[in-house]
Design a protein around this ligand. Structure first.
Ligand code: MN
Ligand code: MN
Length: 477
C-alpha cells in the first residue's frame, strides 16, 4: 500500500488503488469509529424489516419528519414519512424545484436473509423427547452456517381476536435462545461427509430446538412436551397453535454487532446486507434541509427473495408515494406529471457488493473486484451469464456519479460482483429502472455476505454515508 513515487504519466492516466484509511487523519478516524458505534446500536435493535421501519420512523419524527397524513399541503423544506404496511417506507424532503424536473432517490432494502418459522412450526418428536420448530429459510443462505449458533425469534403474531402481538425472544441476556443442532463430527462421515457442501444441512433439516420438559400435570395429553411449549406461549402471549398460522416469526442470530480486528477496523454483525445502506442513507437524508431537488430515501422489503410482493421495490408503493407528494404540492395534479417526474429521477441503488475474499480470490476477477476499505463501490451492471436480468447503468449516468464523487472527495472504486459466468446477483436497481429513472448500484463491499455475521470496513460505512449525503446535496449532478 505504500505510495512510492511512480511515473508522473502513470499517475495521470491510471486508476489509483489504495486503502481509504491512508488518507484519514486522527480526527477523521475518530469520526469513523463514532459513526460505527451509532451504526452498531442501530444494527443491534433492527433485525427485521418491521423493526427497522419502526426505528426509522421514531428517529425521523425526532428530527422534524411528519407522517404524510398530517400534511394538507406541502412546501419546500417539508419532511415527510410514508410507511407501507409496516414493512417498507420512504423519507422525503421536499425540494425547491418542481418534482417534474427530477428528484433524488437513494434506495436500499431492509430485509436480510434469515430462517422463518413455518406457519405450523411446532411438533414433538417422541423418539428424542423434544419439541421442535420447523422452518423455511428466507433468501439465499448457506444453510450450514446457521447451525449451532444462538438464534432469537423476532416477529408478530396476529391472534384470533385480531390483536397483533410483537415477539422478541432471545435478545435479553436473561432470555432463552434457540438453536439448530448439527450432527456431531464423530458420526457425520457418512450422513453428511459425502454430501455436497451446500447440502451439508438441507432445508428440511433446519429444525430448531423448542423445548424438552413434558407437562406432567396433563396426564392424558399425548404430546406433553409440545403442549408445554404451547402453554408457555399461551400464558405469556395468549397464543394458540392456530394463531401461529397468522404470524411472521423469524429466527435471526442472537448475536450483537462487534468490532473485528485488533485495530477495530471492521464491524461484524447480522444484516449489513442491506441495513448498512439503509442506515447510512437514513443518516444522509436526516441532514437534508431545503434541498434543491426533492430527496427521498426508500427502504424496501423482500429484496432477498426477488423484490416480489406488496412491500417490495416492484410494488406500486413507489409510484403511489411520489404521486402523493405531487398531489400535495400541485393543486391541479395530473397523472402524466407523475410519469414525467419518475422519468427524471436520479437514483442510487444502495446495496452491498462482494469484497474480494482473502482466500477464495479465484471467484473474483481481481482487476474488476471490490476490496473492503477502498471506498463505496460503483457497479454498472449485475445479473448473471451475459448480464442477464441486469440493470445496466448508462455511460452518461456513470460519468455523472463518478464526477460527483470525485468533486466531493468520496473514495470510490469500480467493481463487478464476480468473474463472468461465476455466479451473479441482483438488487432493486432493475425494478426502479422500469420507471425510466437513471439508476446505478452503489454501496460498500462486505465479506461473508448473507452469513449470520457479515463483515464491513468501518471506513466504508462512513464513506457510504458521505457518498449518499453528497448525492442528496449536490445541485448539479
Ligand atoms: Mn442486498
Ligand atoms: Mn442480499
Amino acid at each position: 500500500m505504500s505510495k512510492e513515487k511512480g511515473s508522473k504519466l502513470e499517475d495521470k492516466l491510471s486508476i489509483k488503488h489504495e486503502s481509504s484509511w491512508l488518507a484519514v487523519d486522527a480526527k477523521g478516524e475518530k469520526a469513523i469509529h463514532k459513526f460505527s458505534e451509532d451504526y452498531k446500536r442501530f444494527l443491534s435493535k433492527c433485525k427485521t424489516e418491521r423493526e427497522t421501519v419502526a426505528f426509522l420512523v421514531a428517529e425521523a419524527k425526532k428530527k422534524g419528519y411528519k407522517d404524510i397524513s398530517q400534511y394538507k399541503k406541502l412546501k419546500p423544506g417539508d419532511k415527510v414519512i410514508q410507511v407501507n404496511k409496516k414493512k417498507n417506507m420512504a423519507l422525503a424532503v421536499v425540494g425547491k424545484k418542481d418534482l417534474e424536473t427530477g428528484f433524488r432517490i437513494v434506495a436500499s432494502h431492509i430485509d436480510s436473509p434469515r430462517i422463518d418459522l413455518k406457519q405450523k412450526p411446532l411438533y414433538e418428536d417422541l423418539d428424542v423427547e423434544l419439541a421442535l420448530f420447523k422452518t423455511h429459510y428466507y433468501g439465499g443462505i448457506k444453510k450450514y452456517q446457521w447451525v449451532n449458533i444462538p438464534l432469537a425469534i423476532h416477529g408478530v403474531v396476529v391472534r384470533a381476536d385480531g390483536k397483533a402481538v410483537d415477539v422478541v425472544i432471545g435478545e435479553d441476556e436473561k432470555d432463552p435462545v434457540f438453536v439448530i443442532s448439527d450432527l456431531l463430527p464423530h458420526l457425520s462421515h457418512k450422513a453428511q461427509g459425502d454430501r455436497k457442501l451446500f447440502e451439508g444441512i438441507k432445508g428440511e433439516e433446519l429444525t430448531v430446538l423448542a423445548g424438552h420438559i413434558p407437562l406432567k400435570a396433563e396426564k392424558d395429553a399425548k404430546k406433553k412436551i409440545k403442549l408445554h411449549v404451547l402453554k408457555l406461549l399461551s400464558d405469556k402471549y395468549g397464543f394458540t397453535e392456530e394463531d401461529l398460522i397468522s404470524a411472521e416469526l423469524t429466527l435471526v442470530p442472537a448475536m450483537m454487532p462487534r468490532d473485528v480486528g485488533l485495530d477495530r477496523s471492521m464491524v461484524g454483525g447480522y444484516g449489513h446486507d442491506d441495513r448498512i445502506c439503509g442506515y447510512t442513507s437514513f443518516r444522509a437524508i436526516l441532514e437534508m434541509n431545503n434541498p434543491e431537488y426533492t430527496s427521498i430515501a426508500y427502504f424496501f422489503d423482500k429484496e432477498e427473495i426477488g423484490s416480489v410482493g406488496n412491500t417490495s421495490a416492484q410494488s406500486s408503493f413507489l409510484e403511489l408515494s411520489v404521486g402523493a407528494l405531487m398531489e400535495l404540492l400541485k393543486p391541479k395534479f395530473r397523472y402524466s406529471q407523475l410519469k414525467t417526474a419518475l422519468s427524471n429521477g436520479l437514483v442510487l441503488s444502495a446495496d452491498v457488493d462482494a469484497g474480494m475474499h482473502p482466500v477464495f480470490k479465484d471467484v473474483h476477477e481481481t482487476h474488476n473486484a471490490a476490496r473492503i476499505g477502498r471506498g463505496i463501490v460503483l457497479c454498472k451492471y449485475g445479473g448473471a451469464r451475459g448480464k442477464s436480468s441486469a440493470n445496466d447503468a448508462s455511460a452518461e449516468y456513470m460519468g455523472r456519479i463518478r464526477s460527483l464523487f470525485n468533486k466531493n472527495k468520496i473514495p470510490w472504486q469500480y467493481a463487478e460482483l464476480g468473474k463472468v459466468d461465476e455466479g451473479g446477483g441482483g438488487t432493486v436497481a432493475k425494478f426502479l429502472a422500469m420507471h425510466n429513472m437513471e439508476i446505478v448500484d452503489c454501496g460498500p463491499a462486505v465479506l461473508s455476505m448473507h452469513s449470520p455475521f457479515e463483515i464491513a470496513s468501518k471506513i466504508d460505512i462512513y464513506d457510504s454515508y458521505r457518498a449518499y449525503t453528497a448525492f442528496f446535496k449536490e445541485k448539479n449532478i
